[in-house]
Ligand binder design. Structure first.
Ligand code: SAM
Length: 314
């Protein structure tokens, strides 16, 4: 495997953000800093970037790699993007020209056996982006009821075998805790076929790992709050660009953009608009996916989908 994290759809992200010299941009998900670096280059010599990541290790890695080159053009904060409104205002980024989200986890996190994100990497089942806050995945597996586990796998993983998987976990934990990625993957393999009907071939535990990670990090609720904050921060003409990697994330992005683009929030039963809300955005592109060349060079870009919108005056 290549070292580090290759930024996904990097040319397309830069085209959509169009970061000019002197502009202010926010990267809400620094990861390895690949997109941030591209934004700083494209807005040279005076564009500035506020970079956030919930993971302290990501912030420190980017600080070491990019701060020597870009100095005070790069402002870094360890924070969850659900706190974007407050963090941006505090950092002097209260009105910005671009805001970028690259959702999910980085290759650094996936490869780190201490974090438990990777089915094949193994390790203790933690899965917190910020290991100092919240509850590790192993605690959820130890404490949720069989029904709660099944519901979690169904809701956040769209897992067709959620019932069987929840049952085998509850049976196993009667003798010993399910506390490592290896144990969980082996349990799921026992009861779920490697290829669910109508789905492409993936490891049978992929959806269960995704569901746990989403639950541990409160990802869906953070995404909605973060996107709303980003739209509020954008100046007229400013761009929001989001890369999502599965249908649950993409649905939240798509529905929020559709609603903001329409303006009116009157119920369908009301014949004439009484809310008088104006559209706040226009869509810059419906959605973009990686080219064949990018898929070959970076198979992890496989499920990426880019959506972009521009803030209007309203
Ligand atoms: C796909 S990676 C970003 C990769 C980055 N664009 C690059 O080029 O290297 C996603 C990053 O977002 C972070 N992240 C996920 N959810 C977050 C949240 N709610 N708040 C802040 N950071 C988050 C993860 O810790 C991870 O480092």
């Amino acid at each position: 495997m290549k070292e580090g994290h290759l930024p996904v759809l990097a040319d397309e992200v830069i085209t959509m953000l169009a970061p000019a010299p002197g502009s202010l941009q926010i990267d809400a998900t620094l990861g390895g800093g690949g997109h941030t670096e591209r934004i700083l280059e494209a807005s040279s010599p005076s564009g500035r970037v506020l970079g956030l990541d919930a993971d302290p290790a990501a912030v420190e890695r980017v600080r070491a790699r990019l701060e020597p080159r870009y100095g005070d053009r790069l402002v870094l904060r360890q924070a969850n993007f659900r706190e974007l409104a407050a963090v941006a205002a505090d950092a002097g980024f209260g009105a910005v020209d671009g805001c970028f989200f690259d959702l999910g986890l980085s290759s650094f996190q996936l490869a780190d056996a201490e974090r438990g994100f990777g089915i094949r990497t193994g390790g203790p089942l933690d899965m917190r982006f910020d290991p100092t806050r919240g509850v590790p995945a192993a605690d959820l597996l130890a404490t949720l009821s069989q029904e709660e586990l099944a519901s979690l796998f169904r809701t956040f993983g769209e897992e067709p075998y959620s019932g069987r998987i929840a049952r085998v976990i509850v049976e196993a934990r009667r003798t010993s805790p399910v506390s490592t990625a290896e144990q969980l993957a082996a349990l799921v393999e026992r009861v779920a076929p490697s290829r669910a009907p109508g789905r492409r071939r993936i490891h049978p535990a992929t959806r269960v790992f995704q569901a746990l990670r989403i639950a541990v990090n409160g990802e869906m609720e953070a995404l909605e709050t973060g996107l709303r904050a980003a739209l509020d921060l954008l100046r007229p003409g400013g761009r929001l660009v989001v890369l999502s990697y599965h249908s649950l994330e993409d649905r939240i992005v798509k529905q929020l953009l559709q609603a903001e683009r329409k303006g009116c929030i009157c119920p369908p039963a009301v014949p004439l608009c009484v809310c008088a809300r104006q559209p706040r955005i226009r869509l810059v592109t419906q959605s973009l996916t990686p080219s064949e060349a990018e898929l070959t060079a970076n198979p992890r870009s496989r499920s990426a989908r880019l959506r972009a919108a521009e803030r209007l005056v309203a």
